[in-house]
Design a protein around this ligand. Structure first.
Ligand code: CMP
Length: 140
């Protein structure tokens, strides 16, 4: 069993896409082990995207990620990290495969509806950035 962090970004919540994204997650057979809605502070968003702090898009990304509520989730299942990344599609919706969340629902490379951890180390870091052990209902 593997866990990964999923985020429905402010463009997704504003466009009432929460149900659509969760439908796709559950249809894929991934379990939601934790879930919370939150309006991220600038400081919390900056800490989460710390690895991107030198990128030219960093300030814009932080502005976007704090512009409205996000839905934070821990997804669980066999190969959850790669399965969630496949469901999301490529970062740039124009390059994402047909049928993926980003191809079907995203606006552009920044406003791309969802986030997912990119590997086992980042999954552990990202899950614990937002959730305490007690918040996670594993094995449901
Ligand atoms: P995410 O998978 O959450 O990881 C970093 C985020 O930065 C990414 O999704 C996009 O929202 C954003 N991003 C990545 N590349 C670019 C880019 N070239 N221009 C603007 N935003 C980007």
């Amino acid at each position: 069993m593997e866990q990964t962090l999923a985020i429905i970004k402010p463009d997704g919540t504003a466009a009432r896409l929460v149900g659509e994204v969760i439908r796709r997650i559950e249809d894929e057979g991934l379990a939601i082990a934790a879930m919370r809605m939150e309006l991220l502070s600038e400081r919390k968003a900056e800490g989460f995207y710390y690895v991107h702090r030198q990128k030219p898009f960093f300030r814009s990304l932080i502005g976007f990620m704090t512009s409205g509520p996000v839905v934070l989730m821990v997804l669980e299942g066999e190969n959850a990290i790669s399965r969630w990344r496949t469901l999301m599609g490529a970062t740039d919706p124009r390059k994402a495969a047909p049928g993926t969340i980003r191809r079907d629902l995203a606006t552009d490379i920044e406003r791309n509806v969802v986030h997912g951890s990119d590997g086992p180390d980042s999954a552990v870091y990202e899950i614990h950035y937002f959730f305490k052990g007690d918040d996670i209902c594993s094995g449901t």
